[in-house]
Design a binder for this molecule. Sequence first.
Ligand code: FES
Length: 138
Amino acid sequence: MTADKQITRKKFFRYSFYLLTFPLIYLWAKLIEERESLIDTKKLIKIPLDLPNGASVYDDVLIYKQYDLLKIFSASCTHLGCKINKIDSGNFVCPCHGSKYLFNGEVSEGPAYKSLKQLDYKIDQKEKVILVEINGKV
Ligand code: FES
């Protein structure tokens, strides 16, 4: 009788384990899937082609233009991902912890140590815009 109860108890714990574990694994997989779909989200930014020379912040990108030279960077700070939204004394400046980046994307002052992510772009002469595709949130 005692042996039956122990087996029953073992079965109870085993079934309980499965009943609790499988839903948790399912939820975990759903969370990962949702997170990946957020990362895969793409956003198309259209920048007017007649942008003036110099540095500018436009939507979720940072732009540096000097005649034919055009560099476009993600506005996501390489320190902890805050959106860079300011230009000061020849630098793009992050509002969160003050990291500064030169207009070529290199760090001029930490705490960030990695350069800004430079983005590819296409020029649409018909619409007179610069097209930049960025991933997810910035
Ligand atoms: S997130 Fe930009 S300096 Fe920390």
